[in-house]
Design a protein. Structure first.
Length: 129
């Protein structure tokens, strides 16, 4: 394609008109969307104490079970094979630093989810009532 052909194509001043009924269908869609009530926001302020209590209870259960596995329970509810496998897994996770890795992964996930929530324009999840 030469410059003359390109100039000829670009210099044509044809007016592009929308199809009949396009503007009215768009305005009807806008009116339908405007008539829909906003969604009910999740009550974060009311759910936060329960979520934090559940998290603390989960941490207490995990800590207690890890302490029982490390120190040995008075009555062993698990078969000896499972207990030895769990203790070796616990020792391996300590040497590899699995607790720090898990904490870093959870913190990264939380920061990404929070930043995408803010970037989507919803604001803080704790501001809603």
């Amino acid at each position: 394609m030469r410059n003359d052909d390109l100039d000829r194509i670009l210099s044509q001043q044809e007016e592009i008109l929308p199809s009949s009924g396009f503007a009215s269908s768009v305005m009807e869609a806008v009116a339908r969307e405007a008539a829909v009530p906003p969604p009910i926001p999740f009550p974060w302020k009311r759910a936060l104490p329960g979520l934090s209590a559940a998290g603390l209870a989960l941490m207490a259960v995990l800590t207690g079970s890890l302490l029982l596995l490390e120190n040995g329970a008075a009555s062993q509810p698990l078969p000896p094979e499972w207990l030895s496998a769990l203790t070796s897994l616990l020792q391996a996770s300590k040497t590899l630093g699995a607790y720090w890795i898990a904490m870093a992964l959870l913190l990264s996930l939380a920061s990404v989810k929070l930043s995408t929530h803010f970037a989507s324009g919803h604001g803080s999840p704790f501001e809603r009532g």
